[in-house]
Each structure stands twice: as structure tokens, then as C-alpha cells.
Design a protein around this ligand. Structure first.
Ligand code: ZN
Length: 105
């Protein structure tokens, strides 16, 4: 398991060797954020790994997997993300609207 090895946890400047996987995993932050944003716009209603549809108030994790792919996952596949960049919530607009209607009427 590369992700739990001490070398993977060391700060970037202290790491001795760089494998191709590590190079992919540690892309620039801006690049990853842009990819996460595009992924959410394109296919944001499902976990990127297992395709489970997100429910209202699900916690989501965005980052880069060991394969170098950018993913936005739920708690189901959170351990598959090697370098985590974002944590968020999935809000279902219909569920939020329904809750507001119940509250105000
Ligand atoms: Zn999943």
C-alpha cells in the first residue's frame, strides 16, 4: 500500500524518490480544483468510483485517486482517494425545497 507508506506522508520537499504515480497524485492544486469543478458540473450527482447516487446531506470528498484520476466520492469510496483536496456536502435541491415548504407553510 503506497498511500500509507511513510514516504507518501512526508512533505513534498523531503520525499526522496518520485514514482510516476506520485507525480500524477501530486498535480498542482489549481489543476485538481479545476478538474473537480468540471467533474461536479458534468457528473456531480453520483460517486465517481461506485456510481452510487448522492442523497441529500451526503458528505463528499474530492481529490486524486492512486490511479491519478480526479474523483468526487461519497463516504462509501472516501478511502480510495489518495490525496484529498475537498470535503463538502451534497444538497438535493428538491429535498431542500420540500423541507422549506414544510417549514414555512
Ligand atoms: Zn462510492
Amino acid at each position: 500500500m503506497v498511500e500509507s507508506s511513510p514516504a507518501a506522508r512526508m512533505p513534498r520537499g523531503l520525499r526522496k524518490e518520485k514514482t510516476s504515480v506520485a507525480k500524477d497524485k501530486h498535480r498542482s492544486r489549481r489543476q485538481v480544483f479545476r478538474a473537480i469543478h468540471a467533474l461536479i458540473e458534468r457528473d456531480g450527482d453520483y460517486c465517481s468510483c461506485c456510481r452510487r447516487p448522492f442523497r441529500n446531506n451526503d458528505v463528499t470528498f474530492g481529490g486524486v485517486m492512486m490511479t491519478g484520476e480526479v474523483a468526487v466520492t461519497g463516504e462509501c469510496c472516501a478511502p480510495k482517494i489518495a490525496v484529498r483536496h475537498t470535503i463538502g456536502f451534497y444538497l438535493d435541491a428538491a429535498a431542500v425545497t420540500a423541507a422549506r415548504v414544510r417549514y414555512y407553510h
